[in-house]
Design a protein around this ligand. Structure first.
Ligand code: Q9C
Ligand code: ZN
Length: 345
């Protein structure tokens, strides 16, 4: 399976985040993609640089004012931080219920809060460039499939994307690469596209982007938001709205769920995708379901990722895999490539 990968991912390298009252090194680090890249090379997989500009698709997935903010955020922050490269911007105020989000404030910190769902998503000088390369990778992968020579591709992208909504960042995500890929499939003439999100965390951004639409089915299995991030979305009763009613399926699983129950939920997800008649599949491939993940509680073992790939291959639909979370960095490459090789068996 061909992989789209850009060394530009490393331009996004914030140093620390808040975790349980402390500053800790960012879990979402450049090392993650380096481990994936190294494993792809070691196991003989072809790697290409993204070559298709995602700008028109990004405008279909994200709000113009959010994209404009992201592209200029670091330059604007330089005015406040005095150009000290080690200072990271964090939001400290948010427009929660009863406050207005229709008016964009002039104040940078107020804008950062308007466009953020948490204070756990630091951005830095290269965030826009790195995230844009990820969206370009998603676009390039769909373009490659549309040429008809191959039926699957992998985007080894970071930062991840599935928590990024129409007009906000969060959960280490800025641009929703999976949504870009789904939108690209529609642009290529598909009428029904499924997004399957197997990251440990609910893909709230992807759900929100497609919640009122019936052309993109969004299915997610994830840690129960009663106890797991993103907390405020991902419950089983969220089934879509208006024309999208019935085209969103959440399969929340209790923290600590064993692998056997996870695969039962995966079967339900796959059955729904088949019943939908999806002509293309986007897999939000988070590997933070791995037993050794430092911020998650599921129990998948390395061989379970082969099994995941095998199960998805049985859907027999053109598939684009997009890397999302997974924070046991040294195991991320082998777990990700196991999915790809399981799919190809
Ligand atoms: N503030 C993905 O897996 N919680 N994102 C971090 C520290 C956020 C994970 C807690 C977890 C987000 C793509
Ligand atoms: Zn995750």
């Amino acid at each position: 399976m061909i992989t789209f990968f850009s060394t530009q991912h490393a331009l996004h390298a914030p140093v620390w985040e808040f975790y349980r009252g402390q500053r800790v090194p960012c879990f979402e680090s450049p090392a993650r993609a380096q481990f994936v890249h190294a494993e792809l090379l070691a196991r003989g997989h072809a790697i290409r640089a993204p070559e298709v500009d995602s700008t028109p698709l990004l405008a279909q997935v994200h709000a113009p004012r959010y994209l404009a903010f992201l592209a200029s955020a670091w330059a604007e922050w330089q005015g406040l931080s005095g150009g000290q490269a080690t200072l990271q911007p964090f939001p400290s105020v948010w427009p929660v219920r009863s406050l207005r989000s229709d008016v964009e404030p002039a104040n940078f910190t107020a804008k950062l809060g308007l466009y953020s769902m948490d204070n756990g998503t630091p951005l830095d000088a290269g965030t826009w460039a790195a995230a844009k390369e990820g969206a370009d990778a998603a676009t390039s992968a769909v373009d490659l499939l549309a040429q008809g020579q191959v039926r699957s591709a992998f985007c080894a992208t970071r930062p991840p994307g599935h928590h990024a909504g129409p007009d906000f960042m969060g959960g280490y995500c800025f641009l929703n690469n999976a949504a870009v890929a789904a939108q690209a499939f529609l642009q290529q003439g598909c009428e029904r596209v499924a997004v399957l999100d197997v990251d440990y965390h609910h893909g709230n951004g992807t759900q929100s982007i497609f919640y009122r639409r019936s052309d993109v089915l969004v299915v997610s299995l994830h840690g129960d938001p009663q106890t797991e991030y993103p907390f405020y979305l991902g419950h089983a009763d969220e089934t879509g709205e208006g024309p999208g009613q019935g085209f969103n399926l959440n399969l929340p699983l209790a923290a600590g769920t064993p692998a056997a129950a996870w695969f039962d939920a995966l079967d339900l997800a796959c059955e729904r995708i088949t019943r939908f008649g999806a002509q293309a599949l986007v897999v939000s491939l988070g590997l933070d379901t791995y037993a050794e993940d430092p911020i998650s509680t599921f129990a998948l073992q390395p061989e379970d990722f082969l099994r995941l790939g095998q199960r998805l291959a049985r859907l027999k639909i053109p598939s684009v895999f997009v890397l999302e979370g997974g924070y046991a960095a040294a195991a991320l490459g082998s777990n990700a490539v196991n999915v790809l090789e399981g799919f190809e068996q």
